[in-house]
Ligand binder design. Structure first.
Ligand SMILES: [Zn+2]
Ligand SMILES: [Zn+2]
Length: 744
């Protein structure tokens, strides 16, 4: 070979289908470089030479397209036969692509275009390389129009010219479309002006189903309490919060959104962000009891055109029947949503897979993902150092908030949120997603991972795969998920995991959920836990917070208080069951402790959705006039953290007429400090290198903040991209499986 006159630049990460090659082409041209750029199985490969190569390299990273994510750049000097200019060359052979771009909100250029005078004025399917549908229309890889649901639409000459021009914003934009050649809107009942008709209906208080990117929504005027009540009645959804959609101006008017929250709303993923209610009131019925509102911005051209015609925020809740997955097909929408909605706004671009809206919130530690869906899925992330050459495995997650994780080519790929596997249609969705992801990513697992609980549908499915089965304890998987998403290297040592969660089967056959685990990917020791309390009535105790309060008060020697609080409840029956050990398993669940304390402060009746009582309690504490409160005490025994003194202190506060808001805050502070102190002693004693926080309870931003405060001075790992709840569990299972495969 000749002298090394140039460089080969390998770019890894989310760099395909996001306009990366035209960006490289423009940048190289501006800097007078010669060379080539192309896609291949590992990402983007550049060969380049020129005097300004260093500047090229710097700007490659600093000016990369907004939708891209660079995981690494490797530069190798090589000898090159260079063209006279810089060229985009055809893609390399199809390899094992693992990185697929998620769907992205309409970009400012496209918004300007639908409001302009050109051929895409008012066109509801406008998109470009920087925005539009991706994963939701993808049927197979590589990502090419013929493998998407846009295959049915033949490009017109104008679109074709844009698609083929490297200098155009639509160069290789696979969903490119215009009114002459692309999808179109329609409506039931029919109208010549569907957008105008739907806007009129919504203003008049009607309920309308609207096809979005990843599924149908059900919409109504969010300022109209009557319409909201009617929507709840028709949807059989008594109190679960309803998501809202509105412009940034509306978000500023109706919520107390901070600058960081407004920026998060405008992220290309366009997630639902939980915002504090503002001065301008919206009806309570949107989110009864809660101080937060789930808000998202208009993120498709259809939404933007709708909000051109409507001056109020809209309820935009998922279009499904109670408990079922979101509807994606037009015929399905007519059958299922027809009885709920007064009208349906359709279009003829099919949705390839159901993607619920992502849900996120900002905490003092940064943004956290609560539900991993549209705009975030597939959430490909590099595996931590030490797992680079790991084999393919698949992990099947838990039962509620189900999601699947695949590992391949040094990446972990977390599926979209699938939901509660008790529902039969969601279970079918799970099986479909399993096949879908395996085919899409050409996945050949050598092992499967699942929860230790043998009765989860996901566990039974894993056991039936005919591959080596690796069962992972629920809270160990939470801990490992937190380590993996923080890139904790495989050999970096043990951490103290504070895992505060609902229920998960422990290695001793009892039900865990409030744990201090000392461990890493390969294993753990359970060093401390919340003192177990019975769950009187088993599953019923998960729905009825008062049952947990009865158990905790009896345990704390406050049975008389329980008698006074619950005169009409079947206390004696439950106490007999607890005494006889019938349908009253003991559990260290932190989630059930939250439920018990919510009941102590007045949460009545049965929860209509998972986590309702805990959300109620967090909202109550958030209303406390003080921002700091003396913690309620715990007994710290060598193993257990016993909350009995918390309930005794609560009783004294209650008798003294202390405000429930302050008691709620004292509860949060006490729990946070008790667990933080246990974790701190493991780090300061030299047994752990850091503290990791995981489990569903850490969706509670107040609890997270208090625990982080109590750990001041220590390295703390928190979830950001992967849910701390069971939605992130599959990632943890996958890395634990990889660690064990190697060890075994
Ligand atoms: Zn665009
Ligand atoms: Zn066209």
């Amino acid at each position: 070979m000749g002298t090394k006159n140039g460089y080969e630049v390998r770019v890894r990460g989310l760099v395909q289908g996001v306009g990366f090659r035209p960006f490289v082409w423009r940048l190289a041209g501006a800097l007078g470089m010669r060379g080539t750029v192309r896609n291949d199985a590992k990402g983007v490969l550049i060969q380049a030479a020129g005097e300004r190569f260093q500047s090229f390299l710097e700007r490659l990273e600093s000016e990369a397209p907004e939708l891209s994510r660079i995981d690494g750049i490797d530069v190798t000097p090589i000898a090159l036969e260079l063209p006279d200019a810089f060229e985009i060359t055809p893609s390399g052979p199809r390899g094992a692509e693992t990185v697929v771009a998620p769907d992205a909100a309409t970009c400012p250029d496209c918004v300007a275009e639908i409001h302009g005078t050109g051929r895409r004025r008012d066109y509801a399917f406008t998109n470009c390389t920087n925005c539009g549908p991706r994963f939701s229309i993808l049927q197979a890889l590589p990502y090419d129009r013929s493998q998407t649901t846009m295959a049915a639409f033949e490009m017109c000459a104008d679109c074709r010219a844009e698609y083929e021009a490297a200098s155009d914003r639509r160069f290789h934009a696979q969903p490119i479309a215009c009114p002459a050649c692309g999808p179109s809107l329609s409506m039931r009942p029919p109208s010549d002006d569907p957008l105008g008709a739907v806007a009129d209906l919504l203003r008049a208080g009607a309920i309308v189903a609207i096809k979005g990117l990843g599924g149908f929504h059900i919409a109504c005027d969010a300022t109209n309490a009557g319409a909201i009540a009617e929507l709840r009645r028709r949807k059989h959804r008594p109190s679960k919060p309803l998501a809202l959609m509105g412009t940034p101006e509306m978000a500023k008017a109706y919520t107390a959104a901070t600058a960081r929250e407004l920026a998060r709303l405008a992220d290309p993923a366009a997630p639902i962000v939980l915002l504090q209610r503002g001065d301008r009131a919206l009806p309570d019925g949107i989110a009864p009891y809660l101080t937060t509102l789930g808000w998202m911005l208009p993120h498709t051209p259809l939404h933007h055109l709708l909000f051109d015609r409507i001056a109020v925020p809209l309820v935009m809740t998922s279009g499904n029947l109670s408990g079922e997955p979101q509807v994606i097909g037009n015929a399905e929408a007519e059958a299922k949503l027809g009885p709920i909605a007064d009208a349906i706004l359709f279009h003829d671009r099919d949705i390839a897979r159901r993607l619920d809206d992502s849900v996120e919130r900002l905490t003092p530690r940064g943004p956290v993902v609560l539900r991993h869906g549209r705009g975030r899925a597939p959430g490909t992330r590099p595996l931590p150092e030490g797992f680079g050459d790991a084999p393919d495995v698949v992990a099947y997650g838990a039962h509620l908030k189900s999601a699947i994780c695949l590992t391949k080519n040094g990446q972990a790929l977390l599926s979209h949120h699938l939901g509660d596997l008790d529902d039969l249609l969601t279970w079918e969705e799970f099986l479909t997603a399993d096949r879908d992801y395996a085919a899409l990513f050409d996945h050949g697992p050598v092992a499967v991972a699942c929860d230790l609980h043998p009765d989860y549908r996901s566990s039974r499915h894993a056991a039936g795969c005919g591959l080596p089965l690796i069962e992972v304890q629920h809270h160990h998987a939470h801990l490992a998920a937190c380590l993996a998403e923080n890139g904790w290297p495989r050999n970096a040592g043990k951490v103290a995991g504070i895992v505060l969660d609902g229920l998960g089967l422990g290695t001793d056959g009892t039900i865990w959920g409030g744990e201090i685990l000392l461990g890493d990917y390969s294993g753990f020791d359970r060093t401390a836990w919340l003192k177990p309390a019975p769950l009187p009535g088993g599953d019923a105790a998960n729905r009825d917070p008062w049952r947990n309060l009865l158990a905790r008060l009896d345990q704390a020697g406050l049975a008389g208080t329980a008698d006074a609080l619950f005169p009409g409840r079947p206390r004696d029956l439950l106490r007999q069951a607890v005494a006889a050990g019938v349908n009253a398993p003991g559990s260290s669940s932190a989630g059930r402790l939250f439920d018990a304390f919510a009941a102590a402060l007045g949460f009545e009746g049965t929860q209509s959705f998972e986590g309702e009582a805990a959300m109620w309690l967090e909202a109550l504490a958030g209303r406390a006039s003080a921002h700091q409160a003396r913690p309620y005490p715990f007994f710290d025994t060598p193993k257990g953290l016993d909350p009995a003194p918390t309930f005794a202190a609560w009783q004294r506060d209650r008798n003294a007429g202390i405000a429930p808001e302050l008691m709620a805050l004292r509860f949060h502070t006490g729990l946070a400090e008790a667990f933080a102190a246990k974790a701190r002693s493991l780090v300061e004693g030299g047994r752990a290198k850091a503290v990791a926080l995981s489990g569903g309870c850490f969706q509670n931003a107040l609890l997270l903040e208090l625990v982080v405060d109590a750990l001041e001075g220590l390295p703390v790992l928190c979830h950001r991209h992967v849910p701390s709840n069971d939605g992130g569990l599959a990632l943890g299972q996958a890395v634990v499986a990889l660690a064990r495969l190697d060890a075994g």
